[in-house]
Design a binder for this molecule. Structure first.
Ligand SMILES: Cc1ncc(COP(=O)(O)O)c(C=O)c1O
Length: 338
């Protein structure tokens, strides 16, 4: 049995999702008349209590568009040193928006208000002007760590005082919402823009949404076109997103429970040095120095278990809708035998 824990992006559309995609009404979304794309955008904006949304091919694109629209070079964006926008978007902040980045050293991706205050540049020509603050919830490289709503509230209120836009990279935001029982609307009101991914835990094959005000999304639509992200009969893909939002949010709980089961099985092993607290669907752990990570991953691969390395001796396993009871039973059995 193949068990793919490399990421929650590996999911394949379910039968129900495929049927829903197949039946979608479509138009030309660049010309603005694809009814299914419009329905998805409306649904997402309403869910988060915002005015408008934009369907894009990827979370990298929604984040990069948001950064571009909120800023005006030269300037600086503030984020955690683990942030996806900084680490894993190919240097896009510099390339697309001409900005420098102020990195904060938070707790597994979550920085404090004090750290943010210290990271804002003084009003002095020697320094880049701070133009945007971005947080990531859950934080991927933090091991699926979840921000406390109270910390977000404090940061959001400071950003409002400072007239600094606040962006949320919510590639796995629904994992955070389900884990903390916070509603999308409650979360949404603290941000000027939100990126959510449909192609991760929610199980759609493609797609992300950028959410914000009418004016913000109007500008974002222009940038999407410039980047070549305008798609034509995109309603087939948007249908998968609608289906995912309607059927695959509540079930994220199962992924979180499965991640805990995996962590508990790993905990017993002498070759595991440490495991980051499991808060959602990501298990991030360090191997003892005398067990090379490559060897460990190769031995798992022989058993059909696929994982990824995330830096020195660090391994990531991600649960998702392709990992059900059958896969979990087999996986735990295999892990126990290691
Ligand atoms: C936190 C975070 N943000 C953004 C992205 C980018 O998403 P995409 O792969 O759709 O470009 C990812 C992808 O894994 C992610 O983990």
């Amino acid at each position: 049995m193949e068990i793919d824990l490399r990421s929650d992006t590996v999911t394949k559309p379910t039968k129900g999702m495929k049927q829903f995609m197949f039946d979608a009404a479509v138009g030309d979304d660049v010309l603005g008349d694809d009814p299914t794309v419009m329905a998805l955008e409306e649904k997402a904006a309403t869910l988060f209590g915002h005015e408008s949304a934009l369907f894009c091919p990827s979370g990298t694109m929604t984040n990069q568009i948001a950064i571009k629209v909120h800023t005006n070079a030269p300037g600086e964006v503030v984020c955690d040193s683990l942030a996806h926008i900084y680490r894993y978007e190919g240097g896009g902040i510099g390339f697309n928006s001409g900005l420098s980045v102020k990195l904060l050293e938070g707790d597994r991706g979550r920085f404090s208000l004090e750290q943010l205050k210290a990271g804002i540049q003084p009003d002095d020509v020697h320094f880049p002007e701070t133009q945007l603050v971005s947080i990531e919830n859950t934080c991927n490289k933090g091991g699926g760590s979840v921000w406390k709503l109270q910390d977000i509230e404090q940061i959001a209120s400071f950003c409002r005082e400072q007239k600094l836009p606040l962006h949320l990279d919510g590639a796995r935001l629904f994992n955070a919402l389900v884990a903390t029982s916070v509603s999308a609307e409650e979360m949404g009101k603290h941000f000027d823009s939100i990126s959510i991914c449909l192609s991760k835990g929610l199980g759609a094959p493609v797609g992300s949404l950028l959410i914000g005000s009418h004016q913000f999304i109007k500008k974002a639509r222009r940038i999407r076109k410039v980047l070549g992200g305008g798609m034509r009969q995109a309603g087939y893909l948007a249908a998968a997103g609608i289906y995912a939002l309607e059927h695959h949010v509540e079930r994220l709980k199962e992924d979180h429970e499965n991640a805990l089961l995996i962590a508990n099985a790993l905990k017993q092993k002498s070759f595991i040095k440490s495991i980051a607290p499991v808060e959602t669907n990501i298990v991030l752990f360090k191997l003892a120095e005398d067990y090379p990570a490559d060897e460990f991953m190769a031995s798992l691969a022989e058993k059909g278990i696929h994982v990824v390395g995330m830096g020195h001796q660090t391994i990531r396993m991600v649960t998702h809708l392709g990992i059900g009871t059958k896969q979990m039973n087999h996986l735990i059995d295999q892990l126990e035998k290691l």
